[in-house]
Design a protein around this ligand. Sequence first.
Ligand code: ATP
Ligand code: MG
Length: 303
Amino acid sequence: MCGTCDDHVHEDATSCPATGHPPWRAVGPEARVVIVGKGGVGKTTITAVLARLLARQGCSVVAVDGDEQCNLGPTLGIAPGVLAHAVPISQAGDYIEEKTGARPGTGGGGMIRLNPDLVDVVDRFAVTGPDGVRFLMMGAVRRAGGGCFCPETALLASALGDMGAHAGSVVLLDTHAGVEHFGRALARGFDQAVVVVDPTVNAVQVGLDTARLAGTLGIGVVHLVVNRVRSDDHLARALGHIDALGGYDFASVHVLPYDEAALESEPAVDELLGSGPLADAVAAIGVDLVRVPTMTSVGWGRP
Ligand SMILES: Nc1ncnc2c1ncn2[C@@H]1O[C@H](COP(=O)(O)OP(=O)(O)OP(=O)(O)O)[C@@H](O)[C@H]1O
Ligand SMILES: [Mg+2]
């Protein structure tokens, strides 16, 4: 079926013979991506711009806030009145117990079922924001003294990993910091990580540690984003830090310029979506994530 106009039936692997439309919209590109990095490096901003740009290109996007500070909703530009209807998964106690066998906050231990039937999690708990981005909140509270916030994490990771349930969606998970609190359950749901750093040694160190951990957990494809780069010297310094700290075999490397508009437009990223160096650079990340070369020909990256 032609994915753009729905009028013509043809083989999935070919473009529409009648219109020339690319076939990818028929099911939409799929990606399961976790965005990680040191605090304050730009994870939420990048997640939101990516989500909005991908959605503008017709992708079915589910953006998940895995940070209990819950910044992603406003950053996506979702109005407070709409956000008020978003139920954090961690507060949906009956649902979690029904699906995982453990109530939130009880630990759960070995009782958690890691492969619950979660086909309805997005439909039940997501709200829809600008450009049709569906938004889901974890709302989890990190437990004192413990790195794990199961069973919410097990639920989320399993839910998002259910390819059958969300066929044709791009799922972007914005996180507070590292990936260790997700443990191996994360790799059930996510096959790519975007590690965000800024050009400081500390951010690069955290980024490399996180990349290695993601690899250990089984997330095979790790992309690097160097954010808030002000000059070639700045970039050279960041790349020098990466080399000095042992490097990593990143699937792709992207450089995002420092852009005052990010501060001026906050909390929402609307002002960053038009054509410009930052939007173009984020759009290039999207292309790598969904690996759909035809996006360029349909105006990828332009509002
Ligand atoms: N390319 C950029 N140029 C200029 N400012 C930026 C850029 N990217 C992000 N920022 C700004 O940096 C600040 C931190 O960004 P953001 O909240 O996205 O980081 P974060 O990694 O999600 O932080 P946290 O770890 O606290 O969740 C914000 O004020 C944002 O507007
Ligand atoms: Mg954030």
